[in-house]
Write a protein that binds this ligand. Sequence first.
Ligand SMILES: [Zn+2]
Length: 282
Amino acid sequence: MASDNDPGGAGTSERAAVDAPAAASRSLSADEGIARLAELIADAEHLVVFTGAGISTESGIPDFRSPGGIWNRYKPIDYQTFMSSEEGKREYWRRGRNTYAVIREARPNPAHLALAELERLGKLDLLITQNIDGLHTATGSSPERTVELHGTAHRVFCMNCGATMTRDEISARLDAGEAIPACRVCGGTLRAATVAFGEPLPREPWQRAATAAAGSDLFLIIGSSLVVNPAAQLPRIAANAGAYIVILNQTPTPLDDLAQLLLRGSAGAVMARVMSEVRRRL
Ligand SMILES: [Zn+2]
């Protein structure tokens, strides 16, 4: 297990400017790293991309796991608390209102655009995301080739009758003063279509993700610190199946040793440059 202060690590490398990926590993310069990723994408037959919170920070959504971040105030209620009390439900919707206000204002950035373009170019088997912000499908990635492992903040459903509604509709009811909105069909308990803390991932999306990872020849991770299980197991599944692993992230991850190519930097800036290389190569 890597530690934050690993004395054996390559701690002498120069720190990169935010928008210039460092020569993070494998002795490539930043430019060479970008060219290499473009080459890998152009040559890949089964590209699978896995995205996390880091791809959406440039879109205005802070990573709630970063310490001291605003998400400490917006931290979601865990599943047990939500289910076990009225107070838990009240707090769930109160915090959810804050969170959704941030998500609703977010706009896709060049990294989201790049992944939608890769799908249009026929270069993408599957896009797997840990994010609930809906920015991938808002950018044009199709629901058929996008797996939202943790669900979406844009939909609400009734736990009793299964009726679904938009989050905007529920937002309006919260704004109008409802503290715990109930299903208008059956009076049942409503909740967002997201996976709560302490709740297992739904089986079907996970199976799709794991199957695609196992069938990939290039597995590209963008903006995930790879610490949330079981999602963080996907790169191992891909690596075990022989896929080439690329990690693009601002900071080191526990799975960096698994990657043949590491890129450090802003997801949007790096992927914009990667895409202009990819277009030249296709
Ligand atoms: Zn209902």
